[in-house]
Write a protein that binds this ligand. Structure first.
Ligand code: SF4
Length: 146
């Protein structure tokens, strides 16, 4: 990818056009696949930085950017707990209890098990001792981990 091509991708994303659509429309790839898209995305992030990529993703896919942000924050909390020797994962019974609460919660989007309050995939979120329900329906099991 040349700097000029990356700039075209950037201008497209500023208007809400996904990176994948631009590279296909411009004829820079024959077909979309992880093998064709990944190196271009990497070149883009190398040039403009991760924060700028997230800002642009937020324009193209608002909820996806939030998911990325939430996942990164959750990973940071779990890593912090592990470093302090605290519990990272809940036991099986707690996981099932939390998941049952989420699966019967009106705030859950059934299609992909995403909580409409925190935008997290609850099937993953319930496993972590460091996570809690934003509506107070279940609590984290690690104290003072913010
Ligand atoms: S995390 Fe809380 S608010 Fe979100 S779906 Fe689960 S129970 Fe509902």
């Amino acid at each position: 990818m040349t700097d000029e091509q990356l700039e075209i991708i950037k201008q497209g994303m500023e208007k809400g056009i996904p990176l994948r659509q631009t590279i296909l429309d411009e004829g820079w790839v024959d077909k979309l696949s992880p093998e064709t898209v990944r190196p271009i995305r990497k070149a883009f992030i190398n040039k403009y930085g991760d924060a700028e990529f997230r800002r642009l993703i937020d324009i193209v896919h608002p909820s996806l950017a939030t998911d990325i942000g939430n996942a990164a924050k959750a990973a940071k909390r779990a890593a912090k707990a592990a470093l302090k020797g605290e519990k990272v994962f809940v036991d099986r019974a707690t996981k099932i209890e939390r998941l049952e609460t989420c699966l019967s919660c009106p705030l859950l989007s059934g299609k992909d098990a995403t909580c409409s309050m925190c935008r997290c995939n609850v099937r993953k979120k319930v496993r972590f001792a460091t996570e809690e329900c934003p509506a107070g329906k279940w609590k984290k099991q690690v104290v003072d981990n913010q």
